[in-house]
Design a protein around this ligand. Sequence first.
Ligand code: SF4
Length: 380
Amino acid sequence: MVLPVALPPEYLSLCPPELDRRIGAAKRALGERLVILGHHYQHDEILRYADFTGDSLKLSQLAAQQSRAEFIVFCGVHFMAESADILSGGTRAVILPDLSAGCPMAEMAEADDVQTALDELAALAGGAAIVPITYVNSAASAKAITGRAGGACCTSSNCRAVFEWALTQKPATGSTDVKILALPDQHLARATALDMGYGLDDCALYRPRLPNGGLTAAQVRQATFILWDGWCCVHQEFTVEQIAGRRREHPGICVIVHPECEISVVQAADLHGSTEQIIAAVAAGSPGSQWAVGTEINLVNRLTRLHADRRVLNLADAGGKCAMMAHIDLPHLCWALENLAAGRVVNRVQVAEPIRRDAVIALERMIRLKGAADASPAKR
Ligand code: SF4
């Protein structure tokens, strides 16, 4: 276990030009030994130092491909740095400039609770197989249980492909019935089930704090999708009322939201898609087109600047900010890089070997299953 090292206070008093000068100097000193990865939800002041930008999957795959780099500085949140460490086989040091940059949703599915859920559901399911599908926004320990239990990870781009794969798995029980335990984000799983043509009756909510998740055997046997009671606090801020408001203000506007939003919001929008699918949809829009985008505000603001010939608005008037991403600020980045340049590795994220061995199985299954390139229309 790595204990977080507190940021020396003197870094907090540095002005932006000084931070810029020192970050640039440390980057130059490290040269090809360093790669900086920046998530789409980061502020521009951080992304301008990134060698690559992308969503969590793309960045983890890029991390695995950096054969020349000794150090990967991940400007994202903790689960992303863990995935980068797992996929790069621990051969490079993955650094998260502030170890307190966690993801509240990832922390909603603790490994012990996931194992308990699999045991409880197996006992209730009447011989049906339970295949865990774990969103990449999860702890490495939850991914490891998933790999051991014959499941896979998924992203918001390929969740449907992974669900379809899971439902073709052959249960060792001899039963033909397969059920998916989808964790930790209930909203992504519910939206995907509906995209696949299933109904809300095919989904049951598993509440990890209740015995048997609060479900009866009859509810488990009826469901195809058992959804973990987890959510993203950023995407839960978007509402149907905001969509109605944007449509009133800007007739003809196209509303596109991330599937981590609640199902009522996904259904009220015109399109839903992953971060990469949202970026592609707005880029493919014609000049003069209008967009209301329901996802993290830093990405929406960037799309607004990038596409000045169309109207790109945040779906909400305020909010939509991932406070955890904001933990990676210029003082932490400067401090981490200056330590690396001085030969000291700080805030390394390193997944223990038994967890890595099983988690990589789930991640590699996810990578083999490609998702759709385009955002999906709402199923109402
Ligand atoms: S936007 Fe939501 S899911 Fe993504 S890192 Fe922030 S809290 Fe976690």
